[in-house]
Design a protein around this ligand. Structure first.
Ligand code: NDP
Length: 329
């Protein structure tokens, strides 16, 4: 038997989440690698799954947890053997396939990537999907020729998981980062991660003009809706906006003016189905470039039982940085 969070759908369509015990027979049959999970995380999407606020879970019952790190226990996949250290992010795990907020999981070997040498399971999960997505955004800026000399980079949702890691990565690479947050009390925290300036998210969250004063050479947006539209309207000629999140909303209530008059490029970032080569590149860069002291400052360690409570907090925007779940306490 092992501990796991289990989600069920009630007869009236509402959902419930509880900490329980499962056995190996309850793990999915469609997996070729059985793993021991050492650490998992609570991402925004896990918050949606656990609270039932949005229909991200498409199979019931479900173990949530889109991220996991630990060791392989048994494998019939050619790339994996007992004792191998892995990281798992996305691929519908915790949504359509039982996930990693548990002490064990059965996954597909094709989904796993080797944990970078020297990186602990706890560090990998302190980074998690949020941090790996922040790296995908930062890499997209680099790939599209936004350099540290191009100008200011705006990071929205800055005190959240994606935002905090994006601030740490980009400032570490020498970019001048402007952090947008709704939490004025977190200004010192964001500066300690490397932000040069902190702005109130209210400056970006209301409807604005289609073209505004040019400010940003690049943007990492975790928020969507009016915030993304205003970020586009404030992006400098030829600048690059990476869009990965929807904390304010899924809508994009704007105009094409920034694209057709300023050549602004909008790049969508998806972590869930990102190809394996891109994942490995992102994790290698995270291992090499993310400052360990900054990551520690971002991270809060919690238990499986705490995850049930923190899921609600993350949806209410009350969580700072990253939640790493020690599934064995
Ligand atoms: P968090 O909840 O940790 O951070 C989101 C942050 O957004 C909050 O901390 C808050 O920051 C800000 N925010 C919250 N509500 C609002 C609002 N109503 N209006 C404006 N800003 C708001 O989540 P994550 O960082 O883990 O994820 C961020 C987003 O990215 C989520 O939408 C998530 O679903 C998405 N995501 C997408 C991925 C992909 O593959 N594309 C992968 C990972 C995440 P502050 O108070 O500082 O303003």
């Amino acid at each position: 038997m092992f501990n796991a969070i289990l989600l069920n759908k009630n007869e009236d369509g509402t959902t419930n989440a509880r900490l329980t015990q499962l056995d190996d027979a309850q793990l999915p049959a469609d997996g070729d690698v059985t793993v021991r999970i050492d650490y998992s995380t609570v991402n925004y999407k896990d918050g949606l799954a656990i609270t039932g606020k949005s229909p991200v879970v498409r199979k019931w019952p479900m173990v949530p947890g889109i991220d996991g790190a630990g060791e392989v226990i048994a494998s019939s996949h050619p790339d994996w053997k007992e004792g191998d250290a892995f990281v798992l992010n996305g691929w519908g795990v915790g949504e359509m396939h039982m996930g990693c907020l548990a002490q064990r999981a059965r996954l597909k070997g094709d989904w796993l990537i080797p944990r970078p040498p020297g990186m602990s399971a706890k560090t990998a999960m302190a980074i998690g999907t949020a941090g790996y997505t922040a790296m995908l955004c930062a890499m997209a800026l680099q790939d599209n020729d936004v350099t540290k000399d191009s100008g200011d980079i705006l990071v929205t949702g800055a005190s959240g998981g994606v935002g905090s890691v994006a601030v740490a990565i980009l400032s570490g690479w020498g970019y001048r980062v402007v952090a947008s947050t709704g939490k004025s009390a977190e200004a010192d925290y964001l500066k300690s991660l490397g932000a040069t300036e902190v702005i109130d998210r209210a400056e970006l969250s209301a409807p604005g003009k289609p073209l505004q004063k040019e400010r940003w050479a690049g943007v990492v947006d975790a928020v969507g809706s009016h915030t993304l539209v205003n970020a586009l309207a404030q992006t400098r000629y030829g600048g690059v906006v990476t869009a990965c999140g929807l904390a304010q909303g899924l809508d994009l209530p704007g105009s094409v003016a920034p694209f057709i008059l300023r050549g602004v490029r909008l790049i969508g970032i998806d972590s869930v189905m990102a190809p394996k080569t891109r994942r490995i590149a992102a994790w290698q860069k995270l291992a090499a470039d993310l400052d360990a002291a900054k990551l520690a400052a971002i991270t809060q360690e919690i238990t499986l039982a705490d995850a049930l409570v923190k899921a609600r907090d993350i949806i209410e925007g009350k969580v700072r940085g990253r939640l790493v779940v020690n599934v064995n306490v």
